[in-house]
Design a protein around this ligand. Sequence first.
Ligand code: ADP
Ligand code: NI
Length: 218
Amino acid sequence: MDQAKQIQEIRDFSYQKMSKDKTGHNFDHIERVVKMAKRILKEEHTDPLITIGAAYLHDVADDKLVDDPAKLEREIREFLKSIELSDEQIDEILYITHNLGFSKSLSENPPKLSLAGQVVQDSDRLDAIGAIGITRAVYYGGVYHETIYDPEISPRENMSIAEYRDLSDETIINHFYEKLFKLEGMMNTPTAKRIAKDRHNFMVEFIDEFKAEWDSKR
Ligand code: ADP
Ligand code: NI
């Protein structure tokens, strides 16, 4: 099967798996991540099938979206085999999708990613910042009934993975300090660093305005 057809098949598989998610990991997120990965690929030269394939599949077996991620990883493996990817290609894609999440980077030994993995990780992270990032954080906070803002609750420092997933004391505004403001400094590729800068500054301005309005200062 030629590569264009393989990518089309992976897209359809991802669409089928992702289109029902209601937490901000909807298929529009996936399509933006793929688009960004293609943009970064113009400057970072690495395998397009692995990169774009992993971008389409990166959230399909996410442990907070599905009950049994291992089962979905097996399903992805079977599917990729059926469209004639080699075991090596499949291992590479699954390693990326398994290890690129923000929560993984909170562990003591953050996994090392290949250049293809770094491109997908950057693309996923870029979609969590800027105007889109603000919208996704508000949307996610709404789905999980987070408080919007509480000046009495300080942002958490050095969170463990379990703390990151514990939303009981979480506020949407604290999520910016706990994660979103950190992402600019975590980008891997020069292209992503450049794009992240403007998106980061836009979020800083947004939070500044938010707090001024909260205090009736503007
Ligand atoms: P990753 O896929 O890297 O693990 P997440 O799945 O945790 O990232 O996040 C998905 C989206 O939801 C991101 O845009 C993220 O900023 C947002 N999000 C995650 N946790 C929270 C939270 N506690 N409050 C508001 N938004 C959140
Ligand atoms: Ni994602």
